[in-house]
Design a protein around this ligand. Structure first.
Ligand code: SF4
Length: 493
């Protein structure tokens, strides 16, 4: 259930940790476009928001805890002078709700200034940090973005921007989509396996980099393309154009399949495909794999809607008039906000009833197929099944548009731990016993890859297979990868 922006600690979901933007404009200030771009990416992080601009002489920054709308006043935006800027929204991992980790991260050094916005997670940040600390670099946060910033600042002392980025990319291992501003030059960088999304767009008077194309749409711009894995895109500071440098080529990508399933906005385009259409395709595949005849097909709002639409369309194509009817039988309370804190399990269960209410007349006496995008801990699904049963459903069949989540994410998604994941160590029958209802099916891993039109070797499927596309301590990998050797480093235990 996609609740990244809805329910705070009471929810059952997982969250993308960050959204990034970068803009370079001809004559217009960068602050407001960054602000609107971040607004469009609010679903990717609700804990802090920040913008750093450069006016040709100096940086201006404003970084604050809270939602984008709360973090900036008109005066704050007026103070962010300059036509170039980067911005960030963040959702930190549990326990590090801390302004020191809010971004963009800024650093000034002998040959200039840097501001970095990072979406992703490095798996060898500890090793690089040890080495840099040994050279006298002082760190102010425990975040890996600061590690990238210091490494890049060091490389910039004796190399131009493109070479310095290449050197840093040769050392860091993990997922990253970065917008970086070096003095007034804004660049976008995507890790060599393209794990996290980053795209490039054109507005009337300049260029934009953003985690998702919905941010470019919000600025009235046009999507040009995704930034390629291993590519650096440099925006001309006067907004006149951009340059591309393919710094690292790798045979396989490791796109996060969950971006398509869960994180990205349905109106964003990733890999030339509208996310809404991909989700409809996944729903259709779900019907092919595990369709069940029932009276009604019902989405969990809003996360299951596109999946349920595709599922119902595929059912109608096959069964004609005998297909189940598509119906919205669960109504969402849109005013349950993120300050809604319910720490105990009992209260957590109550939360679902506050958020969703079944329409009895749509459910009573019917066999219902309930469709959602994923199950994380299972709390929400369990509650939804009993809500429908309490409302008089004759049968409840649960269909999930992604495979079982069996392992955590190390690539920048704030997900439950292995112990909390309902599918870790349990098969589908065991899970159905816990969740309730009459049947439960997940989409297959191959089904996901086929609908996305990518081979399994080009996707990150770590959380549903337990095999990761990066070398991670204590975990197995599904490909031939190795972490870069960090000279003089002391490996993390
Ligand atoms: S482990 Fe899962 S959530 Fe994390 S990057 Fe891979 S596919 Fe995405």
């Amino acid at each position: 259930m996609h609740e990244g922006s809805a329910a705070g600690p009471a929810d059952d979901g997982m969250r993308d940790k960050c959204g990034v933007v970068g803009v370079a404009l001809e004559e217009r200030g960068a602050a407001r476009p960054c602000y609107y771009g971040l607004y469009a990416l609010q679903h990717r992080g609700q804990e802090s928001a920040g913008i750093v601009t450069h006016d040709g002489f100096q940086q201006h920054d404003h970084v604050k805890m809270g939602l984008v709308g709360e973090a900036f006043t008109e005066d704050d935006l007026d103070g962010l002078q300059g036509e170039n800027g980067v911005g960030h929204v963040r959702y930190p991992t549990a326990g590090s709700v801390d302004k020191a980790c809010a971004q963009p991260f800024t650093v000034s050094f002998r040959s200039g200034s840097l501001a970095l916005s990072h979406n992703g997670n490095l798996v060898n940040a500890g090793e690089i940090r040890e080495e840099l600390a040994g050279e006298g670099h002082a760190f102010t946060s425990d975040g890996d973005t600061e590690v990238i910033a210091h490494d890049l600042a060091r490389n910039l002392l004796d190399a131009d921007l493109v070479r310095a980025v290449k050197r840093t990319m040769d050392r860091i291992h993990g997922s990253y989509a970065l917008t970086v501003m070096h003095d007034e030059t804004v660049i976008g960088i995507r890790d060599p396996q393209g794990n996290r999304p980053l795209c490039l767009g054109k507005v009337d008077d300049g260029y934009v980099l953003a985690s998702e194309s919905a941010a470019i749409d919000t600025l009235g711009g046009e999507l040009i393309r995704d930034v390629k894995p291993g590519e650096l895109v440099l925006l001309e500071p006067d907004g006149s154009g951009y340059e591309s440098y393919q710094l690292i080529e790798q045979e396989n990508t490791a796109h996060c399949f969950f971006e398509h399933v869960y994180f990205a906005r349905p109106d964003s385009v990733i890999d030339d495909e509208l996310v809404y259409d991909t989700r409809r395709g996944l729903g259709a595949r779900l019907w092919e794999e595990s369709g069940v005849e029932s009276d009604v097909v019902m989405p969990v709002p809003d996360s299951g809607r596109a999946f349920a639409t595709g599922y119902a369309e595929a059912a109608t194509e096959e069964l004609g008039d005998d297909a189940p009817e598509f119906a919205e039988g669960l109504m969402k309370n849109r005013y349950v906000g993120r300050t809604f804190i319910m720490p105990t399990q009992d209260q957590r269960e109550q939360a679902v009833r506050l958020k969703l209410n079944p329409i009895r007349s749509t459910v009573e006496g019917k066999t219902v197929t309930l469709i959602d995008d994923s199950i994380v801990r299972g709390t929400t699904s369990t509650q939804l099944v009993s809500l429908l049963e309490d409302a008089g459903a004759a049968e409840v069949h649960l269909r999930i548009g992604a495979p079982e989540i069996v392992a955590p994410c190390y690539m920048g998604i704030d997900m439950a731990s292995r112990e909390e994941l309902i599918a870790a160590g349990q098969d589908t029958d065991d899970i159905r016993e816990v969740v309730g209802g009459d049947s439960l099916s997940y989409l297959s891993v191959d089904g996901v890859a086929e609908v996305l039109g990518e081979s399994r070797a080009d996707l990150c499927l770590g959380c549903v297979t337990g095999e990761y596309p990066y070398e991670i301590d204590g975990e197995t990998t599904d490909r031939d990868v190795s972490r870069p050797e960090i000279e003089g480093a002391v490996a993390d235990d």
